[in-house]
Ligand binder design. Structure first.
Ligand SMILES: [Zn+2]
Length: 80
């Protein structure tokens, strides 16, 4: 997965998941809401894993998501 795809996945997961979660709660579907919360956590962790710096293997952090260079090691990130 490219960093671009991982970023899209990260934001779609947060915003889509939050809307879905709130919608399910408003219909008192607590069981389904819990499943969505667990799925959001899993997808969030997966997308964060994919967003790691390819050079040093560390997560560049929130600001590093749009940075062209890794704030930790200075290596260029694969930003399309
Ligand atoms: Zn790095």
């Amino acid at each position: 997965m490219s960093r671009k795809a991982a970023k899209i996945l990260y934001f779609v997961n947060i915003f889509g998941g939050a809307i879905l979660f709130a919608g399910l709660l408003s219909f008192d579907l607590i069981g389904l809401a819990n499943i969505v919360a667990v799925a959001m956590l899993a997808v969030g962790m997966y997308s964060c894993y994919q967003l790691r710096c390819p050079a040093c293997g560390r997560w560049p952090g929130k600001g590093g998501m749009f940075a062209h260079y890794c704030p930790r090691c200075g290596e260029p990130l694969d930003n399309e």
